[in-house]
Write a protein that binds this ligand. Structure first.
Ligand code: ZN
Ligand code: ZN
Length: 597
């Protein structure tokens, strides 16, 4: 799951515009539409330039390096500047009638407005800069400058030298911000911030050896690295020795967001047509549905796997034991990557023969062993080029199990058993993330690649899992369906967990009970999920929300279009709008089909 975050953070989804010319609105001349769009395209270019000036650090992580030498301090002056920037651009957006823009631009217009409103709300209401000490971490932005290939190393080190000069003041400002932190984010900050030191002490300093720098610059960087490291360690020590001891259940802020903040954050981050509470209700209903289906399958399969042995009275226990047995069917640790490589053409073949989606054969997916810098978290992920690196390759990274202890590898292989491994490949590759990426690349929009909707991206991948099985992938084997349901329960329970913990006060014991006894997870996974939900909010809902909205949209269109509904056409139209919130895609599909909402 962490990998998925990484995939999103890499911000690679270049977007495809819909058929721009098609979306004239009544009474609006085509020429006029073109004019508006041209004006808006110009505006977007300017907006992005301005955005990177306000957020140079973010720009570096997106592969935009013009402002690498800048490091704004996280202080009140900077926040006022951000607010002014947001107000100015919210005003500029009003100069465009979104209804008169092409569908691609209309979505960009909505995404920009949402982003700006979200920043204003975060600064004025959410205020995580006061309670999340782990938000002050410069490791990634320095690393991105150092590891990028956009300029010779000497040039990049010059930028790093200038940027380094601000690090002590940065942590000075960070300390002033912290008011009532949560215990959880304070602990995270203490370990993570210290972890970032090696990027300075090791990566930056090591690179000095291979770059031919003049003495003065080399000395300056060495001195500034040491000051930066002191500032970072000083911040961590301050948190540990002065802040942490004052934090008790009574004095610290709770990690639970609470209803008002959660509801708003959900609206900004997910951009769903539903409220958080509605999605929670949907997830609860889906869980009950899945349990019913799983029980049916388990009753049917029990004798096949346990012969005459009596099944447990408790149905959930029966399902759990059966899953444990079926999971024993898995590939050997040495052929894990080979098994994935072999499945990609099979998934392509199935998708083509069933006519589910047109796949572009000129853009093959490269399966590779996970590069070293990603190592540590096994699993699979897609890494695609960022918005400023259009020529880059797209890879399917597969975690290597070499060097793993036998029992760890065995437990991992049971998790990614014969059945789940196929579902994982559907999700990550075909027709999941990778296929969506190819579609969105057809007409790139930097706006969508930076502000693209995570719920739509994850929702699509989750949707394709079910769609493929419904279309007969896996020959309707009951084992495949049972394993799919277990896998799907994870995203369903992520949503239930997130909402329950942040809004309804669910305790750790209740959470572990949900994950282990109702979603059939191992204790280690459940504990990890608990930790994640104490440190993040809303993001865990994106998978299920996107999935539910896409699935519902499909069913709705099926009903409305009757015989005229074509699955392939639905998929291709749906993907043609790029990584936009599903509710906007829905609006535009209804418009294209001439349907009333
Ligand atoms: Zn085994
Ligand atoms: Zn995913």
């Amino acid at each position: 799951m962490k990998k998925i975050l990484l995939f999103l953070a890499a911000g690679t989804l270049l977007y495809a515009c819909g058929d721009a010319a098609k979306t004239e609105t009544a009474g609006n001349a085509e020429a006029n539409t073109g004019q508006n769009d041209k004006r808006f395209d110009k505006y977007k270019e300017w907006f992005i330039e301005e955005l990177w000036k306000v957020y140079p650090d973010w720009a570096s992580t997106q592969g935009y390096h013009k402002y690498d030498s800048l490091l704004p301090l996280p202080d009140d002056a900077t926040r006022q500047r951000e607010l002014a920037f947001c107000r100015q651009h919210l005003d500029s957006l009003k100069a465009f009638d979104a209804e008169k823009l092409s569908s691609a631009n209309k979505i960009d217009h909505q995404l920009i407005a949402n982003q700006l409103n979200s920043v204003v709300w975060s600064i004025n209401e959410l205020k995580s800069y006061e309670w999340n000490p782990s938000g002050y971490n410069l490791g990634e932005s320095f690393f991105m400058i150092l590891s990028s290939k956009h300029a010779p190393l000497q040039e990049r080190l010059k930028m790093i030298d200038l940027k380094l000069a601000h690090v002590p003041a940065y942590y000075e400002a960070a300390r002033k911000n912290i008011k009532t932190p949560t215990i959880e984010h304070t602990d995270l900050a203490i370990s993570q911030v210290r972890g970032s030191v090696s990027i300075f002490e090791k990566s930056v300093i090591d690179s000095l050896k291979s770059a031919k720098l003049d003495d003065a610059l080399s000395k300056s960087i060495t001195a500034r690295v040491s000051e930066a490291v002191n500032a970072i360690n000083g911040y961590a020590a301050w948190l540990e020795k002065e802040v942490k001891p004052t934090l008790t259940k009574e004095t610290a802020r709770t990690f639970r967001l609470g209803q008002p903040l959660y509801g708003k954050k959900f609206a900004f981050d997910i951009q769903s047509g539903y409220t958080a509470e509605q999605v929670y209700e949907k997830a609860m209903a889906r869980k009950a549905e899945l349990h019913t289906e799983m029980t049916k399958i388990a009753e049917q399969l029990w004798p096949k796997y346990f012969d005459k042995q009596k099944a447990p009275e408790n149905k959930m226990e029966m399902v759990k034991q059966l899953i444990g047995k079926i999971a024993l069917k898995h590939v050997h640790r040495d052929s894990f990557q080979a098994a994935i490589e072999k499945q990609i053409p099979e998934l392509t073949q199935f998708t083509n023969s069933k006519g589910l989606l047109t796949l572009d054969p000129s853009k093959p997916l490269v399966v590779r062993r996970e590069p070293d810098y990603m190592a540590g978290v096994a699993g699979a992920s897609i890494s695609a080029p960022g918005p400023y690196d259009k020529g880059g390759n797209t890879y399917y990274n597969v975690g290597s199990l070499s060097g793993w202890k036998e029992e760890d590898a065995e437990s991992y292989l049971r998790e990614y058993n014969h059945y789940i491994l196929q579902i994982l490949n559907i999700h990550e590759a075909i027709p999941g993330h990778y296929a969506q990426l190819v579609y969105s690349n057809q007409s790139p929009s930097i706006i969508k690649s930076i502000f693209g909707n995570g719920a739509m991206i994850e929702g699509w991948a989750v949707y394709t899992e079910r769609m493929m099985l419904e279309e007969g992938y896996g020959n309707n084997e009951p084992e495949m369906w049972l394993m799919y349901y277990k896998w799907h329960l994870r995203v369903v329970c992520n949503t239930i967990l997130d909402y329950s913990v942040h809004v309804k006060g669910m305790t750790e014991d209740e959470a572990l009970n949900l994950l282990m006894n109702e979603a059939f997870q191992e204790k280690a996974e459940a504990k990890g999920k608990w930790r994640r939900v104490t440190l993040t909010s809303v993001q865990l809902c994106s998978y299920f929300t996107g999935y539910a909205e896409i699935y519902e949209l499909r069913e709705e269109l099926k009903k409305k279009l009757g015989d005229k509904f074509k699955l392939k056409e639905f998929h291709e139209k749906f993907l043609s709008y790029g990584s936009a919130p599903v509710k906007y895609i829905r609006e535009m599909m209804f418009e294209e089909y001439g349907l009333t909402k």
